[in-house]
Design a protein around this ligand. Sequence first.
Ligand SMILES: *Cc1c(COP(=O)(O)O)cnc(C)c1O
Length: 416
Amino acid sequence: MRCDYHNGFLQVEDCDLGAIASEVGTPCFVYSRHALEQAWQDYDGAFGTRKHRICYAVKANDNLSVLKALQGVGASFDIVSGGELERALAIGAAPSDLVFSGVGKSEAEIQRALECGIGCINIESVAEVERVAIIAKRLAVQVDVALRVNPDVDAQTHPYISTGLKENKFGIPIDAAIAVYQRVADLPQLRATGIACHIGSQLTSIAPVVEAVTQVVRIAEALAVAGMPLEHIDVGGGLGIRYEEEQPPPVAELVAAMTRAIPERYTVVMEPGRSIVGKAGLMLTRVEYVKPNENRDFVIVDAAMNDLLRPSLYDAWHEVRPYAEASGGEAVRCDLVGPVCESGDWLAKDRTLAVRPGDLLAVLDTGAYGFVMSSNYNARRRPPEILVEGASFRVIRARETFNELLANERAHLIEK
Ligand SMILES: *Cc1c(COP(=O)(O)O)cnc(C)c1O
């Protein structure tokens, strides 16, 4: 997103971040509407005239207004839970535009999806095939399904977000796929329309994706020969983004390489999440204290691991930019840490920053897997989310109140 200094102060699009912080307080997440719409259009444009469908992966950022903006530019949605299904329905997404992924769908989640007429269920095990069939039979409906296969390809990403190796819990082993499609063909409630894979997130090279897609196409072609032709090939999530030194290829390059590997007659389905919203968001936080230490100072800010978990969970690196270009202070080596009672509560390590208490900082590239991973740990209220549109901004999720935080327990409080 456009995030530059104007007259010495940081703006998102044409909106001053200091004005946002004064109005809604810190910490808060700020998203650029233009940036997330543009990122979606980059994918859409890259496919040109190829039959395709881009299903934004809701889990990356599930704010209703974010979903609504993406729906406005033509997005379908990839969901991984009953909660995400409710979010998609809440913005008026057509159920037929939804793909339901995930390794552990419950009976209740499948039933709700079938009742509202889900577009496609991406099934991840033989047991799930049977479960979906039983529920569909009970409801007397037929449902389109794809099998998510596990191609045993190394995505070369962080182990926690690598999903395409056979030791990962995801998908049906690729060698078993044809037998499972044969089982699906015997079940009148299921109609196998596609095949899916997703080898991991924060992908920065094309080769593993093409390798996985090639294997998936091989299965699809074998199924066609066996009289079970498919209509679509779902290639999974999108590219990684540049947080620090990563060099993800341009979207157009990935799309070109994939579509070359997929025969024209298939619709290509893609489920990008991170690359749509990641660079379209930042988190604003204010410095509470600067605490000198032997090797480097602790800059204690008002945001913590409960607001942005990625550093603690994945050792993730996010650029930190001061709101005021020239703070006047002396730059020192420091760790940016939060108020939570964990040594793992840090946002950035070993940075050189000139900061004083009260200064405002922007933690960049936090639009994806940011707010969605937030929690109430240490009884902290989850932060508000703000959408910038040109020179104006609006709150798209209010900061939680202490009342909201306590309500579900107050109603059930023991007497003594
Ligand atoms: C997480 C996930 C995605 C999105 O991946 P990104 O790397 O954020 O693009 C897509 N599909 C499935 C099945 C997922 O689990």
